[in-house]
Design a protein around this ligand. Sequence first.
Ligand code: G6P
Length: 606
Amino acid sequence: MCGIVAYVGSKDAAPILLEGLQRLEYRGYDSAGLAIVNKTLRTRKVKGRVADLAAAVPARFKGGVGIGHTRWATHGVPSDVNAHPHVDGAERVAVVHNGIIENADELRAKLTVDGATFTSETDSEVLAHLIARTVKDTDSLEEAVRTALKRVVGTYGIAVLDAERPGEVVVARNGSPIVLGIGEKEMFAASDVAALVRYTRQVVHLEDGELATIKADGFHTFTMDATETAKEPLTVDWDAGHYDTGGYEHYLLKEISEQPETVARTLRGRVDDRFHIAHLGGLNLTPHETRAFRRVKIIGCGSAYYSGQIGAQLVEELARIPADAEPASEFRYRNPVVEHDTLYVAISQSGETYDTLAAVQELKRKGGRVLGIVNTVGSAIARECDGGIYLHAGPEVSVASTKAFTSTAVAFALLALHFGRVHDLSPADGRRICEGLRRLPAQIEEILAKDDEIAGLARKYADHAGMMFIGRVRGYPVAREGAQKLKEISYVHAEAYPASELKHGPLALIGPDMPTVAIVPDDELLDKNLTTLGEIRARGGRVLMVGHRAADPRLADDCVVVPKNETELDPILLTIPLQLLAYHAAVALDRDVDKPRNLAKSVTVE
Ligand code: G6P
């Protein structure tokens, strides 16, 4: 989704901004632009890729202060004119904006009466006009930005440039992230640390309602009423290398292939072989508080939600605490009943998803206790929660989530083990789970070694208009994630159903043109699942089975056999062939694997 980069220093801003924008491409966008100050304000913006913008920037686009943006259209079609930065009529102020200005129409009408002429259809352009009106009178960009933002209703991360003040950029945050990067006699700001790590790993995250002025020699932060705030810089663990494809053809394949290591990182230092428990230092819960929870409610969006369904299953099985998962985007709008003895768990790879953040804020407002299972350290959701577990999976760049999904499921296994051992999970069962967790990385390697076999199956099945994914109980969230992966990146229609529900409706779709991917673990439901396969085959349906043993050819056309772990942990491994299946189907269909159409990596708007 939209991205912001800003630079102030002695180097040329344009190449740094373009580099930063390239690092933000993974988030999804449709146009890009930048503005620099060199005596006057100079802007370039284009519909299309950052490479198109780079080609449109003249060689003599010099200046040591600038702002850049990648836009993901909300108000107005993707076009050169609607791309950011937006400038006022006098071309003094330039603004880049992430988020949505809800009272834009009203502000636009008032500004028009005052003589402003609008050139774009965006809500963001009002910011440039509003700030320009005040800056003329105050001679302080900070004050002009604060004054303008007081009139704004909505969400924003912004960076503002004033042609008359070429040594500074003012940034502000309300619901859309802004992070400052501290360099040597230079300062950066961006909406995502990905844009900064090539230049610095010292960062400062702004809070909602906070602003900052960055200059070459430093920064200061303040609130909307001009009160200075004190900030401690954080050191980012990730470096620029984490954002490269590392020799793989796509980020997605790189991230799928990293899973033995990323799962190991999620586990590192957290499995205790003496008491067969999990060490989760960030939970901020005493054993007494942990025992007091009678329910666990999990929220997240997209793949995060599906990993939460695996998490709910793990919590119920290992801790025998009722648990369920719900899309955060639904939860926040239904005036949820918040109970004091329920533990809420918010999941997010990016830590920025607006619906999840808003759901956490709603929970906090009602006094709910919220843990975050988050990948991005210091992100908005991580900071909003009372405690949590970081995944340590490293940056996930491809839009479709893979390694964050498996790491989240592993984090839930640790959480469920922790709860279970505080309740009634026996030391023997605790040991069994600890040992199972330790086996995961090597077993993931075994599955990855089947890449060629799965690529062949993907080519065989990819040319169908639609596919059904089914699973029972533990297999159902796996089926949902498998269908999600396939539809996201290959655009093949994929539906996921509980295997038990097939005969209550979707069986009508089954026939030679609608193959089924069936998740069939070796668990207590094996016979039920095999019966379902028989029902599909009886209707002429083709079956690709993903399970723990070779399929009876009467029940399945094809089969991917994955190594068996402990039954509770099997869903983690069963997911991986489905990631590879979707990846190879997308490649076979020549899709833009890492940047699927219409989607964004971090959905920072409602
Ligand atoms: C977007 C992405 C999905 C992701 C979801 C939640 O929709 O396209 O891949 O699962 O957001 O993202 P989060 O960063 O909160 O895990």
